[in-house]
Design a protein around this ligand. Structure first.
Ligand SMILES: C[S@@+](CC[C@H](N)C(=O)[O-])C[C@H]1O[C@@H](n2cnc3c(N)ncnc32)[C@H](O)[C@@H]1O
Length: 360
């Protein structure tokens, strides 16, 4: 694997397969507006940032309530909207959407969309510049592909012993880094809302937590294991592969504030919760449950959109580009067939972690 690439670089067809993420963003729109309303302008310029913005309509929906809050209250100020994501993001579509019918650019001639290109694990905006920050469905991605061997699983929630501790340390380091950077970028009394997939305590689960998407990641493992048995993936490749994600519980999310005094002193925690998503929390594709073909196809498209770039670089990387394409297609076709056969058995459950912080 090319170590310079982060695991999410080159996410594919995201805009077309991100309805569940759109619902999550919509469910927080009023909260973003209320949060922004509390921030008083401190200069002639207002700066809004969205970390891990992605592309298309979602990237616009994330920030629009904050932009609207400032254009309503300060019609004469300049507003800079910093969209933070990696170089491979579909920036053209994002800026087309910003200027389009439902975009925010038409709210005022003083609005300037800005691309902040690179990882959110480094400075994404000047020190003490950001009035309002948002981050949706992005901060659960780790900064690099974990180097951890484990049998029987490919994701954090089912890891055991040392392997789990190691990944947790990596996830905590990343989350702490993310927070420390945002603390530097926010200006005094600026606010940040982070919302992403979460996990809740559950004693019936192996590690005492029940995580969003648990059936999905287990189904992915079953497909990968079957491909090992059929000689399509090597056993070491599966053993050495772990998805570069960690869906935090509320306790996980608050840990850095207990050990890092800079964060504890710098931020007021206005809100911290993990709650079922507002729409279809027990299965994000519940609306399609009576249409097996569509259910399985939508489910596959959704999963492919956020896993393919990672699989392409590691688990399903073939000797040639052609071999990689063949492996990817085989994996997702098998995944779709499994989902269709199981109908509801692999329901994608979703809990949303939401953290709102104010810099003091
Ligand atoms: C699942 S998408 C979410 C996009 C959008 N915020 C939404 O909710 O629909 C995750 C986004 O986070 C971005 N991302 C992941 N890790 C990142 C990092 N280290 N730095 C910047 N962006 C990152 C990915 O490129 C991707 O666009």
């Amino acid at each position: 694997m090319d170590d310079k690439r982060s695991p999410t670089e080159g996410m594919v067809d995201y805009a077309g397969n991100s309805l569940p993420q759109k619902h999550s963003i919509q469910s927080r729109a009023d909260d973003v507006r209320k949060m922004a309303d509390k921030v008083l302008a401190s200069s002639n310029e207002i700066h809004i940032a969205d970390y891990g913005c992605g592309t298309g309509a979602n990237a616009i929906l994330s920030v629009k309530p904050a932009v609207k809050s400032f254009t309503d209250r300060y019609p004469d100020r300049s507003i800079f909207v910093h969209h933070v994501d990696q170089a491979e993001n579909d920036w053209n579509t994002l800026f087309d959407c910003a200027a389009g019918q439902d975009g925010y650019a038409k709210l005022s001639s003083r609005i300037r969309p800005v691309a902040s290109v690179g990882s959110f694990f480094s400075m994404a905006a000047p020190t003490s510049s950001i009035d309002v920050g948002t981050s949706f469905g992005a901060s659960h991605w780790l900064s690099s592909q974990p180097v951890i061997s484990a049998k029987g699983t490919l994701w954090f929630a089912d890891l055991k012993g040392e392997a789990r501790l190691e990944l947790k340390e990596q996830a905590q380091r990343d989350w702490e880094t993310f927070l420390a950077l945002r603390l530097r970028e926010l200006r005094k009394d600026g606010r940040l809302m982070v919302s992403t997939l979460g996990a809740i305590p559950d004693t019936s689960e192996a590690n005492g937590i029940c995580s969003s998407g648990r059936h999905t990641y287990r189904a992915m493992y079953d497909v990968a294991e079957a491909m090992v048995n059929d000689g399509l993936i090597s056993e070491p490749a599966l053993r050495d592969f772990i998805m570069p994600i960690w869906f935090m519980s509320k306790e996980d999310a608050l840990e850095p504030f207990k050990r890092n005094m800079e964060l504890a002193d710098g931020f007021v925690i206005e809100r911290a919760e993990v709650a079922p998503a507002q729409q279809n929390p027990k299965d994000i594709f519940a609306d399609l449950i009576n249409a097996p073909q569509e259910y399985a196809a939508s489910y596959k498209g959704f999963v492919r959109s956020f896993t393919e770039s990672t699989f392409r670089q590691s688990l399903l990387r073939g000797e040639t580009n052609q071999a990689t394409e063949t492996l990817l297609n085989e994996f997702y076709d098998r995944f779709e067939a499994l989902i269709k056969e199981g109908m509801g058995k692999y329901a994608f459950e979703i809990w949303l972690l939401t953290i709102e912080l104010r810099k003091q």
